[in-house]
Design a protein around this ligand. Structure first.
Ligand SMILES: [Zn+2]
Ligand SMILES: [Zn+2]
Length: 338
């Protein structure tokens, strides 16, 4: 059986090393046949089993949708938008459910938008709908431009009018990295899968069993580009605070920078850890992402943040010239926003 690996992971590589039952699948936790290969000058490997990959139509390495190269959550949101009904990949919240889903055959059982992106004709239909939607948005955007000068980042009209203060007041927007067992994460690139964030935290605290109640220890909302993590104990949380690199904002607060796959996720304490605060409806999440983007700009624009990185691990201040990387990444994130 050929593994399901996307072109950007595999590159030109044709030689794969196979290890039967080489690891536990990151999704269903069953042992599976792991493939190792060298591509882009490093060793890559499959992290989920073939069946989980088929059920979700994702690459076994990067977990992005095999057809569209975007995170599953984003794929499902896009499809929800164009279909006008909810498309969602509901992952198991407990062991029983995990076993139940794992038993289903990925050839016939598709989760969320996988039923569309795994079928050529359904994908073609969806793409046509997306093109029509984008054209309509462009037209209305042109009409708005003609009406007069707008904001620097124009939001679609229905978003501009949307009130999300009920979400914003539950989020630690003026917070800093101080104490507690739970943390708010923002500036999350939609291409970063949840497991990569979990792995980065695991590496910092030195154990995989840092998570609070398992089903509620990590919440990542890719559309809102933010999320939260919760530690089992204060001790583990303190270790995280001690280990994560930090930076100082212009307003003088210290924030964490969790480094995941060349991207920097901003981290502050979040005593009111709350899944609903990240938005439940599509439009809410998109608006929240736009609000948080402004906060990120503020964090990055402050001279303290762009010129000086405080790294506790080294115990000294490292000077860093403001890089164009941050700007480039912001632009990329905006491109994905529909
Ligand atoms: Zn699996
Ligand atoms: Zn991939």
């Amino acid at each position: 059986m050929e593994p399901a690996i996307c072109k950007s992971c595999l590159g030109e590589q044709e030689r794969l090393t196979r290890a039967v039952n080489g690891a536990e699948c990151k999704i269903c936790t069953l042992p599976f046949t792991v493939y190792h290969f060298k591509a882009h000058h490093r060793i890559n490997r499959t992290v989920i089993c073939y069946n989980c990959s088929k059920q979700r139509n994702v690459c076994q390495c990067c977990l992005l949708d095999l057809q569209w190269q975007i995170p599953v959550e984003l794929r499902d949101r896009v499809l929800s938008l164009i279909q006008g009904s909810e498309v969602a990949t509901h992952e198991a919240q407990n062991e029983m459910m995990k076993r139940f889903i794992a038993l289903k055959d990925g050839d016939s059982f598709k989760m969320g938008g996988a039923s569309i992106t795994s079928s050529a004709s359904a994908t073609a239909d969806a793409l046509k709908q997306i093109r029509d939607t984008v054209e309509a948005v462009e037209k209305s955007g042109k009409a708005a431009d003609a009406a007069g000068p707008g904001r620097d980042v124009p939001l679609p009209k229905n978003l501009a009018d949307l009130d999300i203060t009920h979400l914003l007041k539950k989020l630690p927007l003026k917070g800093s990295l101080s104490d507690g067992t739970s943390f708010f994460l923002y500036n999350i690139d939609p291409s970063i899968p949840e497991w990569a964030i979990v792995d980065a935290v695991t590496e910092l605290v030195g154990t995989a069993s840092w998570k609070g109640p398992v089903s509620a220890s990590t919440i990542i909302n890719h559309t809102a580009r933010c999320g939260g993590i919760r530690f089992k104990t204060l001790e583990l949380a303190q270790k995280f605070i001690d280990q994560v690199p930090t930076f100082k904002t212009e307003a003088g607060s210290i924030k964490g920078k969790l480094l995941v796959q060349n991207s920097r996720i901003h981290v502050v304490s979040w005593s009111q850890f709350n899944r609903a605060a990240l938005g439940t409806k599509n439009a809410e999440c998109l608006k929240l992402a736009a609000s948080l983007d402004k906060l990120v700009q503020k964090d990055l624009n402050s001279p303290a943040a762009s010129n000086t990185m405080l790294t506790k691990k080294q115990g000294k201040v490292t000077k860093r010239a403001p890089s164009s990387k941050d700007k480039k990444r912001n632009r990329r994130v905006k491109d994905i926003e529909l």
